[in-house]
Design a protein around this ligand. Structure first.
Ligand code: AGP
Length: 616
């Protein structure tokens, strides 16, 4: 992993590729490189660190060719070094290749190629593949010019175990590019007299909005005039050209300091977009266009399973709470990565949901495939039209929040919470929820953008708190019921962007262990909203205060806390139970963001993280 860009056309390839790589920077990476076909052969520039380092490196050499490939690498096999950065050249220098994914049998391929005289300059799995392509190219001299390049890639891939999104150029085939995918995203951009290739639409959106989403097992052969797609089994594929609905402005930071900040403040409109057109005419329930299940079929389901990773998994936990609470149907939630391997016994009438912003997370994709293999219908809650998960699911619900660029998920999360709340309503109204309760629930959902807007007005207050607490090394996030997953999310948000050690716990679990951490050096963020367990929450906060733990309490407007209990108080507007998790998320997003900024962290590009994790 992590980012792929390719160009075939009439312009200077390196400029376009580097611009594309800059647009992929948000995905997280540790080195970058570019390879361009020049009259004298393939020229490569690559460097560890930011794309800016690559720009300086590329400026030292002449790159004027019009066909090329570029990559941002997030290390898997081999350390972060210039030699391990992509593109990789075959040892005869005829091929350059960029690769996302993992070649699991690279060692045996490498051993074989060493016996054939090929040499290796890096520690990567990728270099085995580029040399294997070179090997097949030499083996097929009889093939005509066009098919020799494509065939050598196709044949090499037949021997590969693992996952890949690759793009290859060949010095003996100027103006041509071959790319292929298996479980790693790859998109072809169809421009005016030019083609682009990328692992993410945002890399090409400034040049074209017409895209072809390549499927697993497909190979594309591109020249400046045309492209053709075949399958690994050599069948021709009729391509479907799709129009991307968002624009280049959606991928730019505008007047904000960071994408994360922009995306936090975009949430009211993002939530409006998620809900648009999704309520019944009588205003008493939700409706979804893409479930591919009739209400009768849906009514027969007596168990739901939800899977996701990281933040998306937190959204699954909230969906579980709301569906069980309002629809009284059992729900099971799994980490996608665990579900695949733990062979969980599921009931016959289970409907499976996978939740993923990117639609490319390999663990979630693996869970989807495993559930389908077991014969379950799988629906996806997903933000990326055309993504692998969107394509492979039997149906689903698009989030419609536009591109999320910040590595720390914000607007995608609250939108997933909203979709979960809408699903709970949809199921509940098929069962025991009355018409009037449904109307009240719908009203609450429709009001959520305004509640979020109101909560966002507390940003200056949260900034002030963040500055006071930014230098602590540990922090706890505590909540109960539907706010326990929000405590987990608050802790995840804080640790991923500020590197402060943070943990989320159900508030009452405190006394079973984590309370040992409490001291004046370990502040706690406490969700204590109005409700039946408010007094119990107050008691838990007392236990922290008794041990000198600083407390930041997030409660509901009008709630009175005993004097001296909270060092800081943040108020949430009063709201319906179904939307409380969404509203309560806002203060912890803001707190994490401002704490990371106060610590001087690179909020949009946190260390070691990638926006979408396409390796296991
Ligand atoms: C969120 O802040 C994280 N960066 C991460 O946990 C993320 O939610 C996870 O990797 C799942 O991504 P997905 O929604 O694209 O599948």
């Amino acid at each position: 992993m992590c980012g792929i860009v390719g160009y075939v056309g009439k312009q200077k390839a390196s400029t376009i590729i580097i611009e594309g790589l800059k647009r992929l920077e948000y995905r997280g990476y540790d080195s970058a490189g570019v390879a361009v076909l020049e009259p004298q052969g393939i020229t490569v520039a690559k460097k560890i660190g930011r794309v800016e380092n690559l720009v300086k490196e590329a400026a030292k050499i002449k790159l004027s060719g019009t066909t090329g490939i570029g990559h941002t690498r997030w290390a898997t096999h081999g350390g972060v070094t210039d030699a391990n950065a992509h593109p990789h050249l075959s040892s005869d220098h005829k091929f350059a290749l960029i690769h996302n994914g993992v070649i699991e049998n690279y060692n045996s391929i490498k051993k074989f190629l060493l016996t054939k005289g090929y040499s290796f300059a890096s520690e990567t799995d990728t270099e085995a593949l580029v040399n294997l392509i070179a090997y097949h190219f030499e083996k097929e001299p009889a093939l005509d010019d066009k098919s020799r390049f494509l065939e050598s890639v196709r044949k090499a891939l037949m021997h590969v175990e693992g996952t890949y999104g690759i793009a290859v150029i060949c010095s003996e085939h100027p103006g041509e590019l071959v790319a292929a995918r298996k479980a790693s995203p790859l998109i072809l951009g169809v421009g005016e007299g030019e083609y682009m290739l990328a692992s993410d639409v945002s890399a090409m959106i400034s040049r074209t909005q017409n895209v072809v989403y390549l499927k697993d097992g497909e190979l594309v052969h591109i020249t400046p005039q045309a492209f053709s797609i075949i399958t690994q089994a050599e069948e021709d594929v009729s391509p479907v050209v799709n129009q991307v609905t968002w624009s280049v402005e959606d991928t730019e930071v505008g007047n904000y300091a960071h994408f994360m900040e922009k995306e936090i403040f975009e949430q009211p409109s993002a939530l409006e977009n998620t809900m648009r057109g999704r309520f019944s005419e009588d205003g008493s329930t939700a409706q979804f266009g893409g479930l591919n299940l009739s209400p009768v079929e849906f009514r027969q389901i007596d168990r739901f399973a939800f899977c996701g990773c990281g933040t998306a998994w937190h959204a699954c936990l909230v969906a579980e709470h709301l569906i069980e609470r309002f629809a009284r149907v059992p729900v099971e939630v799994d980490y996608a990565s665990e579900f695949r391997y733990r062979n969980s016994p599921l009931d016959g009438n289970t409907l499976f949901f996978v939740v993923s912003q990117s639609g490319e997370t390999i663990d979630t994709l693996g869970a989807l495939r495993e559930a389908k293999r077991k014969g379950y219908k799988v629906l996806a809650i997903n933000n990326s039209v055309g993504s692998s998960i969107a394509r492979e699911a039997d149906g689903g619900i698009y989030q419609h929040v536009g591109p999320e660029i910040g590595v720390a998920s914000t607007k995608a999360f609250t939108s997933q919470l909203l979709v979960g709340a809408m699903i709970a309503l949809y199921i509940a109204r098929m069962r025991d929820m009355s018409f009037s309760d449904g109307v009240e629930y719908v009203k609450a959902l429709k009001g959520v953008p305004d509640l979020v807007r109101k909560t966002l007005e507390q940003a200056p207050r949260l900034k002030e708190i963040a500055q006071r607490y930014a230098q602590f090394d540990d922090m706890l996030f505590l909540g109960r019921m539907s706010l326990f997953p929000i405590a987990l999310e608050g802790a995840l948000k804080l640790k991923e962007i500020s590197y402060i050690h943070a943990e989320g716990y159900p508030a009452a679990e405190m006394k079973h262990g984590p309370i040992a951490l409490i001291s004046e050096k370990c502040p706690s963020v406490f969700f204590a909203p109005k409700g039946e367990i408010f007094n119990k929450l107050v008691s838990s906060i007392q236990e922290i205060k008794a041990r000198k733990g600083p407390t930041i309490v997030i409660t509901t407007e009008g709630c009175e806390l005993p004097p001296g209990l909270a060092d800081e108080v943040v108020y949430l507007p009063e709201c319906h139970e179904a939307v409380l998790p969404i509203v309560a998320t806002i203060p912890v997003q803001l707190l994490s963001y401002y704490m990371a900024v106060a610590r001087g962290c690179d909020v949009d590009k946190p260390r070691n993280l990638a926006k979408s994790v396409t390796v296991e």
